[in-house]
Design a protein around this ligand. Structure first.
Ligand SMILES: CC(C)(COP(=O)(O)OP(=O)(O)OC[C@H]1O[C@@H](n2cnc3c(N)ncnc32)[C@H](O)[C@@H]1OP(=O)(O)O)[C@@H](O)C(=O)NCCC(=O)NCCS
Length: 190
């Protein structure tokens, strides 16, 4: 028997369903709420999981932060479908997308520490970009970037969350082109 759900890239028409998936977690301040237009603007970042009846049961997005760095955000699974492997399957697709974009590190801000540790993420304490990159990122108006930088204005959103990072395996086709050593920060909190 095949999987009871499939994961695919999101379409623009999925936005209302994505909003519904995310809404209960936004209400509980687990995820950041966004305007509908922000979902349309970032729809290319999203993967969704579709149940047997075509209803969306999960979503997640990969946001590029910098040359080597991405963020897993808006990963949400419908309450009826928790613990069925949906989160795992979406995260796998987001990681594949990150690898094919050439990203080497994936950041996540989350309460779901066990889930992400099970997928190779490790808690980190400090910002993982050098000062010159920080100085450029700070110009972003994106709330998620602000959380990444731990700006004071979004502190209430980030309280209790854990900052986590994963080093990605290089894409197979580029493995010969120099697998540099991972940065020290990623494993510092082990
Ligand atoms: C984090 C989240 C996405 C995980 O979704 P999920 O679909 O339940 O994830 P999975 O089913 O892949 O894995 C969850 C657990 O179920 C287990 N599991 C997976 N398939 C299973 C199955 N068929 N039967 C029983 N258990 C199963 C996994 O081993 C995992 O166990 P663990 O928590 O002990 O590691 C979900 O809890 C969620 O939406 N959280 C709120 C939003 C959030 O915090 N997002 C992260 C920040 S962006």
């Amino acid at each position: 028997m095949g999987s009871p759900f499939t994961v695919r890239r999101a379409r623009a028409s999925d936005v209302p369903a994505i909003e519904q998936l995310v809404a209960p977690y936004v209400q509980r301040r687990i995820l950041i709420g966004k305007e509908r237009v922000a979902y349309y603007e970032s729809i290319q970042e999203f993967q969704v999981a579709e149940g047997p009846d075509g209803i969306l049961v999960g979503c997640g997005a990969l946001h590029t932060l910098w040359e080597d760095l991405g963020e897993v955000r808006t990963l949400a699974v419908s309450a009826d479908w928790l613990h069925h492997g949906v989160g795992h399957a979406i995260l796998e697709e987001l990681q594949n997308a990150a690898t094919s974009l050439g990203l080497k590190r994936l950041f996540c801000l989350t309460f779901e520490v066990d889930f992400f540790e099970g997928h190779g993420f490790r808690p980190i304490g400090e910002t993982v970009v050098p000062p010159e990159v920080y100085a450029e990122l700070v110009r972003s108006s994106d709330e998620g970037v602000a959380e990444f930088l731990e700006l004071a204005r979004v502190k209430p959103n980030t309280l209790g969350n854990t900052r986590m990072l994963k080093l990605l395996d290089p894409a197979p086709a580029t493995a010969a082109s120099g697998a540099e050593a991972p940065s020290a920060e990623a494993s510092s909190a082990d």
